[in-house]
Design a protein around this ligand. Structure first.
Ligand code: 1HN
Length: 346
């Protein structure tokens, strides 16, 4: 009675019958439902900025920022066609704004981050405060905050957008709203949030929240200087180089609830060790040149390129110049749910 039985035809006939009542057998799906390790459809991929840039600029001839609402080329993972996703949980895109343009105000429950790639003198406004953006700056747009963008530059300005769109879609908890005012009034002077929250000080009655950092702009000049000092005062971690995370200064936790953001310096000649973690990660090259080695696959990167490393994919870095990489992932979500794992390999 405990021997397996060879009755394929009878089983298939049974599956057909129960399917009419929306029932399916777990035993046919069990190993796929509970894999021994992550089996992501997401694949490693690199977008070369030199290749993407002409197409991004061409989009500027075809549609205005106002008409597009956001003029963005989505970086879609080749393993997940049609998903508008770069990993299972995350979205990435390159946004273009041209001189004098406006991207109208709206808000949504999806959290956004920006990493400025090219150009200066464009600004983003978050709930009434503007910040001008420079290459390498990291800026967050917390969930449900009004935001619009504009450009006072004389050339194109491009940034990487990272959002938790696929995660929010998976959870079916997305809301969005257009602002009746395309460009809402400025309520506070530029630098207000930096003064309140970015000087190792907090307003005395401020109540910290883990949901999002009250400081929404992290200028590259400051993070670059910190990395430079770190590199001169100690050896890099053998796996990560000099790796730092962007924090909410009022809690010490992640700057955003759903996305973790990181910046690292890999000194010239750095040859890192193999590493993997369960948070599929998007990398943006701010400076430098090198490669990310994933088994027998090599992603050779240069300045302004974007690449993605899927969940639980062993990888290491080797660089020929001082290199600064920005990265973001869904790590805070995995950690909050006690699901995050990492492994340092030799
Ligand atoms: C969005 O609001 C921005 O504010 C960028 O710049 C990309 C992608 C999907 C949905 C909303 C932005 C977006 C987005």
């Amino acid at each position: 009675m405990n021997q397996p039985v060879d009755n394929r035809a009878a089983r298939d006939e049974y599956y057909h019958r129960i399917a009419t009542k929306q029932l399916t057998p777990l035993w046919e799906a069990l190993s796929a439902l509970v894999p021994e390790r992550p089996r992501s459809p997401c694949v490693p991929h690199l977008w070369r900025y030199d290749e993407v840039r002409p197409w991004l600029l061409e989009s500027g001839q075809l549609i205005t920022a106002r008409e597009a609402v956001r003029r963005v080329l989505i970086l879609e993972n080749p393993g997940m066609p049609g998903s508008s996703a770069i990993t299972q949980a995350l979205y990435a895109g390159l946004q273009l704004i041209l001189p004098g343009e406006v991207a109208p105000s709206h808000r949504h429950t999806q959290t956004a981050l920006r990493l400025i790639v090219e150009g200066s003198r464009a600004y983003t406004a978050v709930d009434g405060e503007r910040v001008h953006m420079h290459p390498g700056d990291f800026i967050i747009t917390p969930s449900w905050t009004w935001h619009d963008h504009g450009s006072e530059a004389d050339g194109p300005v491009v940034w990487l957008d990272g959002l938790d769109i696929p995660l929010v879609r998976f959870l079916d908890c997305g809301f969005a709203e257009n602002n009746p005012q395309e460009t809402p009034p400025v309520l506070r002077p530029e630098g207000d949030a930096a003064a309140r929250f970015g000087a190792n000080l907090l307003p005395v009655d401020f109540v910290p929240s883990h949901s999002s950092s009250p400081m929404f702009a992290y200028p590259y000049a400051r993070s670059r200087e910190a990395l430079d000092r770190l590199s001169r005062s100690g050896d890099p971690d053998a796996w990560h180089g000099h790796l730092m995370q962007f924090i909410n200064p009022s809690t010490g936790g992640s700057a955003m609830a759903t996305m973790g953001a990181f910046i690292r310096l890999l000194p010239r000649g750095f040859a890192g060790r193999d590493y993997r973690s369960t948070d599929g990660t998007v990398f943006q090259v701010i400076e430098g040149r090198g490669e990310c080695v994933l088994g027998d696959q090599r992603l050779a990167f240069g300045p302004r390129d974007t690449f993605v490393v899927p969940s639980w994919t062993t990888h290491r870095f080797a660089v020929s110049e001082d290199t600064v990489l920005f990265s973001y992932s869904d790590r805070p979500v995995q950690r909050a749910l006690s699901l995050w794992r990492e492994q340092r390999l030799d």
